[in-house]
Design a protein around this ligand. Structure first.
Ligand SMILES: *Cc1c(COP(=O)(O)O)cnc(C)c1O
Length: 818
């Protein structure tokens, strides 16, 4: 085990303070993921928008006694953290990586590193599936493949492991060498090279070159030589390899792949022998992933029948952790595909990040963790469950039941899923967040079904990782001192206000804004504690504002008078002054200033925390001069406000488009709206954002109609020849605009576009699916990455904002993380 003294020398740091001998078991970089303080070593990393040093005091209070820091003096250490062991290093991130590299070097087992554009996580999961019968496999949790994720993955290595699989992902040159030093792989897999635009690299060649640095010392690299660029680079570097190819000579030469039902029959030649195998998938991506696994099994010299055995067991990997509304005001986190310790930790972190307004419940199956002794495993699980604040535990399976005594608090145990479903009263679950975490064999999807609210065919899927990606994109654009307010008005642009707000709170944005007091109250009821600005507070909502610590936008003298009148003796309130600089919607102009300032001086209990204005044309370059004029006017007006008040206020004027267009005017804060939801309003940086929401529905019925017949109301849909049409379960009451009628709109079914035929009805519409193989129940994409909001909005002469916010609340929202 790593000791403090070793750590000092490994990290090339200095011991600021050494007080007691403590075990270093957990490495921590995110203060919110603390579970066992007594054996935790915290690395205070300075990130782009967060500084780990901010959390030292809090962690010390929670019992952490071992720290790696970059900025702290000996005197501060002594005064603030009297009993702690503290190492000073020039760079905490590098210290974390050095500690992980040291740990890795203690093990002499095969270590596989996987990189590539797609499929890393699936190949990792599958390798562990096909090797688990003879190896004790340790693997990266989910997609822990970054500069921080890789060290934490490698740190999991323990003496009982006999085989390791880690994934590595990079976004910038220079990063892979670091990951190579941490993983020290003995075998490599390069899954593929995508053509996707990759911000950090100048060319595909540079990207391949950089990624190959992971494999500079491997004894074997597995890849497909059909990726020419990759193949040439590997040959040039003389890396010993095992290649497979569908096109040319290779170690594994694939001569035929034929689909047969749900399987694909693969014919290949390896070491001069022609063989046939079946793979339980038919889509191209899965076949590619499976061929990498096949190559690994061939390399390990397994007999053919054994290889077939293992491939038969491959099953799809659920890449997402879904969150959805459930019965009785409950909320469900659905993670029913695997249940190992690392996965459990991640899912518990997500549970712990949910507001405490709802009770936190865990339904957990036996863990299928290879190697660890059961006694030790369940003791650890019990500690973890307590540390993560789980208030109610339901254990399902003979093993967890046998260890029931280790768990404290409100618990119940069942020997099987069927037992649970038969005995348990679902009505005893009320206002809880329930994490459902089980290994596949336990078929926990049955529990999810029992809890889930009836979904009518239409759902809006919201990708929380994409939201965070977009948030970080705008943060990277912002001048470092500029704070960020995120607009969650109108149900977070249709995406689900509380869920989005909770994520934003977790990612530490500075402010939220809503349109009406009720929206703010709802966020408070769901445990949102961030400051919230309310843009359109009516006088009858002032009491609510005060009770819920919401901050009104004030745009008129009359409104300000009513507000101060409503304040009782000793009461005060934070307000935001709206200045009209040319939008001519709401706000004060210079003409109001004499009276405004007099009122504010008279009533200092209305404290102006910010002053702001809104640009009328930030999204269009055409209006740049006007926007600059607005910004100038704002600067002048706000200077007068500050002078009159005698104190500084937070100044903000830019929306999403403004952040991109006017980097020189970020001021104290910016107000991010549509951009975080995936639409870049200026159009120039759309590529850097990820689409956040996907609206999906299903086919209700398919029918054939004859030439000359008509479809739908007013007989507007006319079949000029025989057609196959599908009725789909979405209409204008769901927010599917009636202007999409008669071919203006299209949807995607089976990857193909199908135009709307006839008028859009209230709850349904019909699409022309002639030439597409469609049956009732098939999935229909109304908008998403392949059919963008920008395109659809243009078709009906509106803007993406309207399409997003129109998605009716009766459409169920499903949130997921990758
Ligand atoms: C909605 C809104 C924003 C955000 O605008 P986007 O174009 O969505 O970025 C900013 N400020 C105010 C006052 C708003 O009403």
């Amino acid at each position: 085990m790593l000791t403090f003294q070793e750590l000092v020398s490994i990290t090339k740091g200095e011991a600021l303070q050494y007080k007691q001998s403590l075990p270093i078991v957990q490495l921590l970089t995110d203060s919110r993921k603390l579970s066992q303080p007594g054996s935790t070593l915290f690395f205070a990393i300075k990130g782009r928008w967060n500084d780990g040093h901010t959390y030292l005091k809090q962690l010390f209070k929670q019992g952490v006694r071992q720290f790696v820091v970059e900025s702290l003096t000996e005197a501060e250490a002594q005064q603030l953290y009297p009993e702690a062991n503290i190492i000073w290093v020039p760079n905490s991130m590098e210290a974390l990586q050095a500690a992980a590299a040291w740990h890795r070097a203690q093990f002499q087992i095969p270590v596989v590193a996987i990189t590539g554009s797609n499929g890393k996580t699936i190949v990792k999961e599958w390798l562990s599936q096909v090797l688990s019968s003879e190896e004790q496999v340790v693997k990266s949790p989910r997609s822990y493949n970054s500069q921080v994720g890789v060290p934490l993955s490698v740190w999991q290595l323990e003496a009982n492991h006999t085989f390791a699989v880690f994934e590595a992902g990079i976004s910038l040159p220079g990063e892979m060498e670091k990951l190579q030093r941490i993983i020290q792989p003995t075998i490599g897999i390069f899954t593929n090279i995508g053509t996707a635009h990759d911000g950090g690299f100048t060319s595909q060649e540079q990207k391949v070159e950089e990624k190959l640095k992971l494999f500079q010392e491997v004894e074997l690299l597995i890849y497909s030589s059909d990726y020419t660029l990759l193949h040439e680079a590997v040959q040039q570097k003389n890396i010993s390899s095992l290649t497979w190819s569908k096109k040319q000579e290779a170690d594994v030469k694939i001569t035929d792949i034929t689909a047969a039902g749900h399987k694909s029959i693969v014919v290949y030649t390896y070491q001069g022998q022609k063989q046939r195998l079946s793979i339980p998938f038919t889509d191209e991506a899965s076949i590619e992933n499976a061929l990498h696994c096949l190559s690994m099994l061939l390399y390990r010299n397994l007999p053919l029948h054994e290889i077939q055995n293992r491939l038969d067991k491959l099953h799809p990997v659920a890449m997402r952790l879904e969150m959805k509304e459930a019965i009785n005001g409950c909320y469900l986190i659905d993670d029913t595909y695997n249940n190992d310790l690392a996965g459990l930790k991640i899912a518990l972190d997500l549970l712990a990040s949910q507001p405490k307004q709802r009770k936190h419940t865990l339904i957990l199956s036996d863990l299928l963790e290879s190697g660890l002794q059961q006694e030790k495993l369940y003791t650890h699980v019990a500690e973890l469950v307590t540390a993560r604040g789980v208030e109610r535990l339901i254990g399902i399976g003979p093993t967890i039941q046998a260890h029931a005594a280790k768990f404290s608090g409100e618990t119940a145990f069942y020997s099987s899923t069927t037992d649970f479903l038969q005995q348990f009263q679902l009505s005893s679950f009320r206002n809880e967040v329930i994490l459902v975490k089980g290994a596949r064999v336990f078929e926990f999807e049955k529990i999810v079904q029992a809890f889930q609210q009836k979904v009518h065919g239409t759902v809006l899927e919201v990708n929380l990782d994409a939201l965070v990606h977009n948030l970080n994109f705008y943060r990277s654009k912002l001048t470092p001192d500029t704070r960020l307010m995120v607009m969650v008005k109108a149900f977070a642009y249709g995406s689900g206000s509380f869920e989005v707000a909770n994520l934003l709170q977790f990612h530490r944005v500075d402010y939220l804004a809503v349109a009406y007091a009720d929206e703010g109250v709802q966020l408070r009821e769901h445990g949102i504690t961030l400051p919230i600005m309310v843009m359109n507070p009516s006088p009858d909502s002032f009491a609510k504002l005060k009770q819920n610590n919401l901050e009104p936008e004030i745009y008129s003298l009359e409104q300000l008078q009513q507000l101060v009148f409503s304040l009782t003796e000793g009461e005060s309130i934070n307000i935001h002054l709206k200045l009209d600089t040319g939008m001519h919607r709401l706000g004060f102009t210079a003409e109001d200033f004499t009276e405004l300032f007099a009122l504010l001086r008279q009533h200092p209990q209305a404290k102006v925390v910010s002053a702001f204005s809104h640009l009328a044309g930030a999204d269009e370059a055409l209006h740049n001069d006007f926007s600059r004029m607005q910004i100038d006017t704002f600067r002048t007006l706000v200077a007068a406000v500050e002078e009159a008040l005698g104190y500084k206020v937070t100044k903000h004027i830019l929306n999403s488009a403004g952040i991109v267009r006017f980097p020189e005017h970020h001021l104290d804060m910016a107000r991010l709206g549509i951009g975080i939801y995936g639409v870049e309003a200026t159009g120039s940086e759309q590529e850097s954002l990820r689409p956040v929401s996907m609206l999906k529905t299903t086919v209700s019925q398919v029918k054939s109609i004859k030439a000359g017949e008509t479809v739908g109301y007013s007989r507007k849909g006319f079949a000029e020849h025989d057609k196959i049409i599908a009725t789909i379960a979405i209409g204008y009451a769901d927010g599917y605009d009636r202007r999409f009628s008669n071919g203006v709109g299209e949807v995607i079914i089976k990857g193909k576009r199908a135009p709307i035929i006839g008028n859009v009805c209230m709850d349904m519409c019909m699409v022309d699916v002639t030439g597409i193989e469609v049956k009732a129940g098939d999935e229909v994409i109304v908008f998403g990455p392949q059919l963008t909001l920008v395109e659809l909005a243009a078709r009906i002469g509106t803007i993406p904002y309207e399409l997003l916010t129109n998605v009716s609340t009766r459409v169920k929202r499903v949130f997921y993380a990758e």
